[in-house]
Design a protein around this ligand. Structure first.
Ligand SMILES: Nc1ncnc2c1ncn2[C@@H]1O[C@H](COP(=O)(O)OP(=O)(O)OP(=O)(O)O)[C@@H](O)[C@H]1O
Length: 564
């Protein structure tokens, strides 16, 4: 049975499950122990208050016995608090690691088209800020649980002293929560908006580095970008965050006010209607004093809880959007005879221009041992066609056939393993990832020499000594990686554009024929018209349509002859 891929990380399909539930399930036992110890610790603290109050009213000879119980409870508080803090700390970090790997795997499994559309800014911001927010929440959980337990314990003791007061306390909590809920939902709205703004900011932060040359060379551009675009976004985040936190502060003040109003009503009003003994009265006072800290603690933790909620929503949303490709696991492809494109199309919808670019319908075929040149003007759709041919894009309509078999979603991952590609916007990893190491260094060194890179780059255990090279040299290194991949279909997107004339010659006259001789299919996207005639076949695109094709020899080399 072929292995089915495309599930969430850790082999669990999390697609229909909120991540937080997945996390809770993932570490259920630890979480249960951590919560239980927090509650025990909180209740024991409340027990200490009850003991203190009891001690105020008992005869001297019972003090020793109460003292022993007090000592026992104190030790219990100490141990349970230490256990719960440690466990929650570990849970926080493991939640972060789990979520991080889960998101990374999701991104790895998502269709290229989706990644291209989404861009990296939001994912980066989730992988850093949102996950940190969740850790902060986990770390504050033991305190929250303990404070909750202290309050519950105090309320129970209050109920034991007087059930009427308990009822009044419950009514107060309900009224308090109602007001709090109204403020909180508004504060969350501001938090959400500010997080979205921050995604934009991450994009601009990148431009600050990627566009450093363009900014340095143009003072007004730099000032428009920094004082305009960036400052506007930074300011918008400041305003929204401030509004959110001010609302939380208002909610916390409201909570405090309600609590003190409750104490005032009990001590100064209700005791008039339900007279109590001095002992019960002092019990109320001790409980109220003891409850102030945890209540303030809970109220000040509101932003942490809400931020974690927003972070989880964002992770869930990204999870839902990054639908993994339902592919079968793929091995390296050995060979193929023919790849056929049957009336394939691809459309880009351009929101800003309110228009579409349509490539196709295109009929094409490629055979092993053949060199094909893909030519055409800028924006005619050559790179888009390359992404369709290599399986990075699924056709919007039409189909791709590999040796007569339709390449559907399940087969696409295996299909992609047929291609070694150097795109014009290629990315160069600093090591030969995913390749077998035996003999690799030797082969790579020979290629470094052939590509005149041996004086610049060394290779040791598949790791390049540097990738800090000129653009043309980096392209040669990318070509080396493609060579070592040794796959049946080679695609070069304007590879020779950055090469000096000598290397252009080597590329078109030696490297390409060599690949052909090895039985590889080769597709070369090129604007070098002086070499077009070297192709076995050429295809020409204009405005997304295949307008011309024929034998390379039909394209006159007169240009070459006259210039040489
Ligand atoms: N990711 C994208 N989203 C939306 N439109 C796109 C995207 N990529 C390309 N396009 C549009 O599709 C058209 C074809 O682009 P493509 O990169 O395929 O052209 P090309 O023939 O490779 O051009 P060049 O010779 O300049 O590299 C262009 O008009 C471009 O604006």
């Amino acid at each position: 049975m072929p292995e089915r891929r495309g599930c969430g990380g850790f082999g669990i399909d999390t697609s229909n499950m909120s991540l937080i539930f997945y996390l809770i399930r993932h570490s259920r036992n630890t979480l249960l122990v951590a919560i239980a110890t927090s509650i025990i610790s909180g209740l024991s603290s409340a027990g200490l208050v009850a003991l203190i109050n009891q001690a105020l009213g008992v005869p001297m000879q019972r003090l020793a016995e109460l003292g022993l119980r007090f000592l026992g409870l104190s030790v219990l508080v100490l141990i349970t608090r230490a256990i719960s803090s440690t466990l929650f700390m570990r849970l926080g970090q493991s939640a972060k690691a789990t979520l991080r790997m889960d998101i990374i795997r999701r991104i790895g499994d998502a269709p290229y088209q989706q990644l291209e559309k989404q861009g990296g800014a939001r994912a980066l911001s989730i992988l850093t800020d949102d996950l940190d927010t969740i850790v902060v929440f986990f770390v504050s959980l033991p305190n929250l649980a303990m404070q909750g337990a202290v309050i519950t314990g105090c309320l129970i003791y209050l109920g034991y002293l007087s059930w009427q007061i308990l009822l009044f306390a419950v009514a107060t909590v309900l009224i308090g929560s109602l007001g709090f809920h109204l403020v909180n939902s508004r504060a969350e709205f501001h938090l959400r908006s500010s997080r979205r703004r921050e995604d934009e900011l991450v994009k601009h932060f990148r431009a600050l580095f990627d566009g450093a040359k363009e900014l340095k060379l143009h003072r007004r551009r730099k000032s428009a970008f920094i004082d305009g675009t960036l400052a506007t976004n930074v300011e918008a985040v400041r305003v929204q965050r401030t509004r959110g936190y001010v609302l939380y502060a208002a909610a916390a003040s409201w909570g405090s006010f309600i609590f003190f109003a409750f104490i005032g009503c009990v001590l100064f009003v209700l005791t008039q209607f339900f007279p109590v003994s001095n002992h019960v009265m002092s019990g109320y006072a001790v409980i109220f004093l003891y409850m102030i800290m945890p209540i303030e603690g809970l109220l000040s933790a509101l932003p942490t809880i809400s931020s974690a909620k927003v972070a989880i929503e964002r992770i869930d949303a990204m999870h839902a959007e990054l639908r993994p490709e339902q592919t079968l696991a793929a091995n390296d492809a050995v060979s193929f005879e023919r790849i056929v494109l049957g009336r394939v199309t691809h459309r880009y919808y351009r929101e800003k221009e309110d228009g579409v670019f349509t490539l196709g319908p295109i009929d094409l075929s490629f055979a092993a041992g053949e060199i094909v040149f893909l030519i055409g003007g800028n924006g005619s759709g050559k790179t888009t066609l390359a992404k369709l041919i290599t399986g990075l894009y699924a056709p919007d309509s039409g189909r791709v056939l590999l040796d007569g078999q339709t390449v559907d979603e399940r087969a696409r991952e295996a299909y992609r393993q047929h291609f070694s590609v150097v795109f014009s916007d290629f990315f160069l990893f600093d090591s030969l990832l995913g390749m077998k190491l035996d003999g690799l260094d030797r082969e790579a060194k020979a290629l470094l020499e052939a590509l005149h890179l041996d004086h610049k780059v060394k290779i040791e255990n598949g790791v390049f000594s540097t990738t800090e090279l000129s653009q043309g040299q980096r392209k040669r290194l990318a070509l080396l990686v493609a060579y070592l991949e040794d796959r049946p279909f080679y695609l070069f997107d304007e590879w020779a554009a950055d090469q000096d004339p000598l290397f252009k010659e080597t590329f078109y006259r030696s490297l390409l024929p060599e690949l052909k001789k090895k039985g590889k299919a080769v597709l070369v996207i090129s604007h070098d018209d002086r070499y077009f005639y070297l192709a076995d076949r050429y295809v020409k695109l204009e405005y997304g349509q295949l307008v011309e094709q024929g034998a390379g020899a039909d394209l006159s080399p007169s240009h070459v002859q006259s210039s040489s």
